[in-house]
Design a protein around this ligand. Structure first.
Ligand code: NDP
Ligand code: DXP
Ligand code: MN
Length: 382
């Protein structure tokens, strides 16, 4: 039985992961869960899965949560220290990182230092701290098994193959809700419009990232750190059906693709069960139904965020972190109606131009950088 911790159990990935566990009770035991503020959902999960610990980030909710779970015996913690504590418990085998944003960085590093396997959904963590995480991994027995659908696909397509035989990684992108639009069509976009993803039902932040194509940009950087492939050999292709989750093109001209229904429970199950494969929760793909799979070039002039992420990745050092932090702040501002949709790449570009790149840095440096970049952006939009 694998002993499992879920960071961000009340979100889109977290709840789907618990659905996998619900159907695979003989494979997993839930040791700890965490949420930011969704106390009702968390209490429901505690009642169903009886974890030893829960973490609630919002400190104002700690005493209410304690009252509500005291009869079950679950202990309540708070803060990022709480996330680090549950990620390093001695009896834990695997930590699913499904919080949103770079808050995942510290618990992920703590878990790697204790030799835990990481099922990684939280891509921002790898984008801001890719080199730190790789360094920690080199000193640990931990493995990262990707949950992000594209990276799960790449991981599966690379299985057993020699890395030197790879020509290109090809990430597929749905194109988001504004595929085919030009900048002049996007001046009046509201958060509600941008949140309507055509294929996936996801959290708010990643849905906006998909609409700007920053999600794909973050995924390019994520792929670079996960698979050690140069940016020139990581391509993006728009595939509106979201059935092929990504592909690897080999030097001999073969392309190996991973296909499955558009349901995150597949890559979640794959990561949690790895290296085993058991019966699907999501049904088998009906190839006749999806008899037309199409591909297009991404429009990086309209969806500039993808271009900016490639630039940040190629510059390296702290630039991917600046790009990600600026994006997190800009998406927050957009969701709160403080800036327009088309301001998102402008703000990111400003931040990338303003912050000097550093090539030697540690975790503390990244944590301070977050404060500085967020403050810089709040000042420019005043
Ligand atoms: N959803 C998807 O299909 C996919 C998501 N991902 C990645 O997975 C991660 C999670 O995405 P998703 O599940 O959609 O996001 P959601 O917004 O649905 O869920 C986020 C989770 O993190 C918690 N949380 C939010 N803010 C904080 C914080 N500051 N500190 C600690 N916990 C916090 C939330 O708690 P609460 O509910 O209380 O707010 C919730 O449990 C993201 O990095 C995303 O890019 C990757 C591929 C696909
Ligand atoms: C499900 C998943 O992995 C998301 O990251 C998804 O890929 C988002 O869709 P886009 O391809 O539109 O970014
Ligand atoms: Mn993805």
């Amino acid at each position: 039985m694998k002993q499992l911790v879920i960071l961000g159990s009340t979100g889109s990935i977290g709840t789907q992961a618990l659905d996998v566990v619900r159907h695979k009770r003989d494979e997993f035991n839930v040791v700890a869960l965490s949420a930011h503020s969704n106390i009702n959902k968390l209490v429901e999960q505690v009642k169903e899965f009886s974890p030893e610990y829960v973490v609630i980030m919002n400190e104002n909710l700690v005493s209410e949560l304690k009252d509500r779970v005291s009869n079950i015996g679950t202990k309540v913690l708070s803060g990022v220290e709480g996330l680090e504590f549950i990620s390093t418990l001695h009896n834990v085998d695997i930590v699913l990182t499904s919080v949103v944003g770079m808050i995942g960085l510290r618990p992920t590093i703590a878990a790697i230092r204790e030799g835990k396997d990481i099922a990684l959904a939280n891509k921002e963590t790898l984008v801001v701290g890719g080199s730190i995480i790789k360094d920690e991994l080199s000193k640990s027995k931990s493995r990262i098994i990707p949950v992000d659908s594209e990276h799960s696909a790449l991981f599966q397509c690379l299985n057993g193959e020699s890395r030197s035989a790879v020509n290109n990684l090809i990430l597929t992108a749905s194109g988001g809700p504004f595929r085919g639009k030009k900048k002049e069509d996007l001046t009046q976009v509201t958060p509600e419009m941008a949140l309507k993803h055509p294929r996936w039902n996801m959290g708010r932040k990643i849905s906006i990232d998909s609409a700007t194509l920053m999600n794909k940009g973050l995924e390019v950087i994520e792929a670079h750190y996960l698979f050690d492939v140069d940016y020139d050999n990581i391509k993006v292709v728009i595939h509106p059906q979201s059935i092929i989750h990504s592909m690897v093109e080999y030097k001999d001209g073969s392309i190996i693709a991973q296909l499955s229904n558009t349901d995150m429970r597949h890559p979640i199950q794959y990561a949690l069960e790895y290296p085993n494969r058991t019966e699907s929760l999501i049904g088998y793909l009906d190839l006749i139904k999806y008899n037309t799979l199409t591909f297009e070039e991404p429009d990086i002039e309209t969806f500039e965020c993808l271009k900016l992420a490639y630039e940040a990745g190629k510059v390296g050092g702290t630039m991917p972190a600046v790009c990600n932090i600026a994006n997190e702040e800009a998406v927050d501002l957009f969701l709160n109606n403080k800036i327009k949709f088309l301001d998102i790449p402008i703000i990111i570009k400003e931040a990338m131009n303003n912050f000097k790149v550093k090539y030697e840095f540690d975790l503390e440096y990244i944590i301070n950088l977050e404060k500085e970049v967020r403050e810089y952006i709040r000042n420019i939009i005043k």
